[in-house]
Design a protein around this ligand. Structure first.
Ligand SMILES: [Zn+2]
Length: 257
């Protein structure tokens, strides 16, 4: 009797979670209403430099992410005038749980559960509408760290952890990383070689039909780098030089509606 009850309860929770995930997906891929995206900045290393940088941030620093979504969504025939709205929230104190670089599938699952728990508490700001998608942006001092840890965007739970450099000159490429992770939360998959970082042809190319193929003028957002030749590629410094490819557009349901 106890066993049956336990199994029933467990099944019920699973059904609720699956239903919630399904609803989230339908809602964030309908493109009928403007999607609210919250940016929650964090001081990753506790340095005064990063603190100063975060204090200087305003919503306008992220405005070109909105422009990027407008431009690209309209190119694929989405009617909605403003697909996403970015809202900047106050700086968070306690940092989100870190994902160990060597974590296996179980480790990733455990981390995403901890992140959900963290998000439930960390994103409540009184007097402010909670966003649909939550992006935790961890700023690092570029003088003490040459390469930031990997960023992650999760469709399940609609949240992401982004590592960025606290430097005005890097704001353009930070916004590319933020947009890439935001795209993951909407259901887009990576389109670069995970070992080399090279854009995958044709899905990871901004203009796969271009003649000659190289150099590509734009990067595809889920490849994040534009191919200059068969062996060279680079990350643009601004979302102006980034596009959404047709495979990504399909994945986030900008097409086949
Ligand atoms: Zn990615």
């Amino acid at each position: 009797m106890w066993k049956t009850l336990r199994i029933t309860l467990l099944l019920l929770i699973l059904v609720i979670v699956a239903g919630r995930t399904w609803l989230d997906r339908v809602e964030t891929q309908s493109w009928k209403n403007t999607l609210w995206v919250g940016i929650f900045p964090f001081n990753a290393d506790g340095s005064p430099q990063v603190q100063k940088y975060i204090a200087s941030l305003s919503a306008t620093d992220f405005a070109n992410i909105e422009t990027f979504f407008e431009r690209e969504a309209h190119r694929f025939g989405v009617q909605l005038e403003q697909p996403i709205h970015i809202e900047l929230y106050p700086q968070g104190g306690q940092l989100p749980p870190q994902l160990n670089a060597e974590a296996g599938p179980l480790g990733v699952m455990w981390w995403s559960l901890k992140l959900r728990w963290f998000a439930m508490h960390a994103t409540h700001v009184s007097g402010r509408t909670p966003p649909r998608i939550r992006l935790f942006v961890l700023y690092h001092d570029p003088t003490s760290l040459r390469v930031v840890p990997d960023s992650h965007g999760l469709q399940k739970g609609l949240m992401g952890v982004v590592h960025a450099f606290a430097l005005k000159e890097m704001a353009g490429s930070n916004n590319i990383v933020i947009t890439h992770e935001l795209m993951h939360t909407l259901g887009a998959t990576d389109k670069y070689d995970l070992r080399t970082g090279a854009p995958i042809y044709p899905a990871g190319f901004g203009e796969p039909d271009r003649q000659p193929l190289y150099p590509q003028p734009n990067a595809e957002i889920m490849a994040a780098r534009r191919a200059l030749s068969t062996t060279d590629f680079e990350m643009p410094s601004n979302l102006r030089d980034v596009v959404v490819g047709s495979v990504t557009a399909d994945e986030i349901r900008w097409t086949h509606r």
